[in-house]
Design a protein around this ligand. Sequence first.
Ligand SMILES: [Zn+2]
Ligand SMILES: [Zn+2]
Length: 108
Amino acid sequence: MFCHTCGSLLIPESNPYGKWLKCPQGHLQPELKTSSETMILKNIDGSKRIEVLDSKNILAVHDHICQSCGYDKAELIEMSCNYSDEDNIFRMKCGKCGFVEQLDGKVK
Ligand SMILES: [Zn+2]
Ligand SMILES: [Zn+2]
């Protein structure tokens, strides 16, 4: 690797963000800028992913608008009825706040 500005042979350098090749004359290399930006983006993505896992129910995959907080994904909970002449009860549990709503069953 040679300096993009002066053509000098690059020497290894490192800082808390990682290692790269540096020009002995101090010229900035495009590779250094790219690698540090990538590192920052990776960190942002990582924290977002953790936040998502903490606040959302991974079972909440059904389209349902929560009446409590307005979140549009909910977990479907089916409750089997003991009575043979009644339909099962379906409930939607909000994937964000946990608010449970009973769905309108079939009117008999
Ligand atoms: Zn240089
Ligand atoms: Zn909710």
